[in-house]
Design a protein. Structure first.
Length: 53
């Protein structure tokens, strides 16, 4: 069984938290190579994706 790690990222608004999480998820192999994944994975709300919040 793989070890599960918990992390916390604390930063001010518009300082790249979502971008950092996207990169970490891709780097750790969470997604298959042939899987299409949109940017800002953690932004599940349409308004969040539109405004980058």
């Amino acid at each position: 069984m793989k070890k599960i790690k918990n992390i916390a990222i604390i930063a001010h608004v518009d300082h790249g938290k979502t971008t950092l999480i996207d990169a970490a998820l891709r780097q750790t192999g969470v997604f298959r190579e042939n899987q299409k994944v949109r940017e800002r994975i953690m932004d599940s709300n349409e308004l969040e994706r539109e405004k980058g919040i």
